[in-house]
Design a protein around this ligand. Structure first.
Ligand SMILES: *Cc1c(COP(=O)(O)O)cnc(C)c1O
Length: 352
């Protein structure tokens, strides 16, 4: 059934799998491979592109002409959907939630949402993903105007969206074979949990060698341990997959969230800086930075042994970096020098 789902090829696949050798050396041992899903391409990439191949595929198959997408002010899903909507000729309505008083500067992803020309609706709500009746109201208004809107759930995490990561498992296993590695663990950030569920279903059904460590960026582990198996089982039946996860298949960490979703932690800042400076690869402050903080902490606490090989799924999100200041990221005292330009060549005058 997986291969019969409506799908629009939007992602640049396969994304690279590359060894982060200098990061591994800096941490004193394990081999670390990045699966570069920050490079899925469309709309500046990230994990949402694999999901949207199927979610937008379904929307179009159902005759939709408008996508209604919800998320936080700096939502990566919103940014990618806004870009892809333009590419496919679909109207995009964004419903962006933030806790009361949260800043919504037109920076980072939000700048791009405006540039792409999406229609934006803000809602102040706590928790920020509790949209209440706002989504129904936007849907009703669009329907009354004669549009055919498709409502995308948070994170694009429908069973079809998860299919993107079930299939990504095939891609990763082939790349592991080519690289001659047998990773013991795969680290990935968990927001809505759709990426994790897809990866877990893929790993179980295609006998991947690794266990999957999901690093929560918002919810408590107990909540995710209840929610994910239900949603994964639901997706398995929709996608025709035999094996469904049991409680012992889930490995969820919630100690890297910090004060909450989008709130930077010292570990996240340090992870972003270390990966930028060893690999030249950008992580983001909301998701991949926290997932990497977990991986680094696991190396330091010898949860990962020096002779292990681990995968890190880079889910993208780095456009959100540009919504942060240097001091947010702990870069307030940059070491830079100012040079004198003695003997500079005089400016050439414009011809009159
Ligand atoms: C959405 C997102 C995630 C989380 O994916 P879920 O499927 O919602 O758990 C991780 N990283 C980045 C950069 C994201 O944008």
């Amino acid at each position: 059934m997986l291969n019969e789902l409506p799908r629009i090829p939007l992602a640049l696949l396969p994304t690279p799998m590359e060894e982060a050798a200098r990061l591994g050396a800096a941490l004193g041992g394990p081999r670390i491979f990045f699966k570069r899903d920050d490079l899925t391409g469309a709309g500046l990439g990230g994990n949402k592109v694999r999901k949207l191949e199927f979610v937008i595929g379904q929307a179009i198959a159902e005759g939709a002409d408008t996508l209604v997408v919800c998320g936080g002010y700096q939502s990566n899903l919103a940014r990618v959907a806004a870009a892809l909507g333009n590419r496919l000729g679909l109207q995009v309505e964004l419903v962006l939630g933030g806790i009361p008083g949260e800043r919504r500067d037109m920076t980072g992803n939000l700048l791009l949402d405006h540039l792409y020309g999406a229609t934006i609706h803000y809602i102040e709500t706590d928790p920020r993903w509790d949209f209440g009746s706002a989504l129904d109201a936007v849907m009703a208004k669009l329907q009354a105007a004669g549009r055919r809107p498709f409502l995308m759930p948070l994170g694009g995490s429908t069973p079809e969206g998860m299919a993107g990561y079930v299939l990504a498992t095939h891609e990763m296993m082939a790349q592991c074979r080519d690289a001659g590695i047998t990773p013991t663990r795969l680290y990935v950030a968990v927001g809505s949990g759709g990426t994790y569920s897809g990866l877990l279903l893929g790993a179980l059904n295609f006998a991947a060698p690794y266990k999957i460590i999901g690093v929560s960026v918002s919810r408590l582990a107990d909540y995710l341990r209840e929610k994910i198996p239900v949603e994964a089982a639901n997706a398995a039946s929709a996608l025709g997959l035999q094996k469904v996860p049991a409680a012992h298949d889930l490995h969820i960490e919630d100690r890297y969230v910090g004060a909450g979703y989008g709130e930077l932690t010292a570990g996240c800042r340090a992870a972003i800086e270390l990966v930028a400076r060893t690999e030249g690869v950008l992580l983001d402050p909301v998701y991949s930075g926290k997932a990497m903080a977990c991986l680094i902490d696991h190396v330091r606490r010898a949860v990962i042994k020096p002779d292990e090989t681990v995968l890190f799924l880079h889910t993208g999100g780095w456009p959100a970096l540009f919504a942060y200041s240097a001091s947010d990221l702990g870069l307030e005292s940059p070491t830079a020098s100012v040079l004198q330009n003695k003997g500079a060549v005089p400016k050439v005058r414009q011809a009159p």
